[in-house]
Design a binder for this molecule. Structure first.
Ligand SMILES: [Fe+2]
Length: 309
């Protein structure tokens, strides 16, 4: 349910140090499907239950991290309207031509106040989820590893959280579903969970002294059993786990965090709640921060809070 023309997270481009090791991780272990490659050496991937041509792009690079993440909008008219709104807000805009990413239409690229590059696009080629659209079976037989269903969201670290929240809520029409506040009277906001539809979050932002950092790229699973199966895959193939399986208080997600071969953090998770636009915003306070982040042991983990790429 798109409230404002922004439909959903569309794709993320991740920098990787060793493409072969990364393909083993993302395809053989996580279960993403390869859908194309380009002459820059980039590899295009998707979760099995996504219908657009790709949602993850791996780019060979010397440093890990995220190049950009994108949201799909419902029409070219919306793309043009939001481009103007972003300009009016003061964002620096770049129009990227159709085909710059294969199978993707024109993209409007902008830099958020926290230093991340975001994009909007209206068109991407359809590839389908492999089940067909007439009398489809409910599942595929050919999936590998964790069998992640889709790219779900990014959690990003950067300095001007207030500015970024203002941009996403006032310009792009997102709603803030949950926030974390600290300091006297909860005067300083340190985290924001934002939705453009009916999920508890389509984007998460954390205040951090350095601009433009990636905390994690997250992929959806559908049950706690699938999360535990993902943990089994991590054990079998010695994939370094950051934390979990556990539950978050924030958004209620049941989750596990781990690292790709380049040191980028990934998440697979299940569960949350349905967000409707008349729901009240949830606030987490400093005294309950442990349980907000890790509900089971109620303890913060320094590595989870501080390691970013
Ligand atoms: Fe997440």
């Amino acid at each position: 349910m798109a409230m404002t023309g922004v439909l959903r997270p569309g794709h993320v481009q991740i920098r990787v140090l060793d493409m072969e090791a990364s393909l083993t991780h993302y395809i053989e272990r996580m279960g993403l499907l390869e859908t194309d490659r380009d002459d820059q050496g980039r590899v295009y991937l998707k979760g099995w239950d996504e219908h657009d041509w790709f949602s993850v792009v791996l780019r060979p690079a010397d440093t890990p991290g995220m190049d950009f993440t994108a949201f799909k909008v419902d029409s070219v008219e919306t793309l043009n309207r939001l481009e103007q709104s972003l300009k009016d807000f003061g964002c620096e805009i770049t129009r990227l031509p159709a085909g710059d990413l294969k199978h993707c239409g024109e993209r409007v690229s902008f830099i958020s106040p926290m230093g991340h590059t975001f994009e909007l696009f209206a068109q991407k080629d359809y590839i389908g989820n492999g089940l067909g659209n007439i009398n489809p079976h409910p599942w595929r037989e050919d999936l590998k590893g964790m069998k992640v269903h889709r790219f779900d969201h990014c959690l990003l670290y950067g300095d001007d959280l207030d500015g970024a929240v203002k941009l996403f809520t006032e310009v792009l029409g997102f709603q803030q579903t949950e926030k974390v506040v600290v300091g006297p009277g909860g005067s300083v906001q340190i985290a924001s969970f934002l939705t453009c539809g009916m999920k508890a979050h389509d984007l998460a932002l954390i205040r951090h002294e350095e601009k433009g950092k990636l905390h994690h790229v997250s992929f959806l699973l559908r049950s706690w059993e699938e999360v535990l199966h993902a943990a089994d895959i991590m054990g079998r193939y010695k994939i370094p786990i950051d934390i979990g399986p556990t539950r978050h208080g924030i958004t209620r997600g049941r989750t596990i965090y781990f690292f790709d071969p380049s040191g980028n953090r990934n998440e697979t998770f299940c569960d949350s709640y349905d967000w409707y636009p008349d729901h009240p915003e949830i606030t987490w306070t400093e005294d309950e921060l442990g349980g907000a982040i890790f509900y089971h042991d109620q303890q913060l983990n320094e590595r989870f809070l501080s390691v970013v790429t």
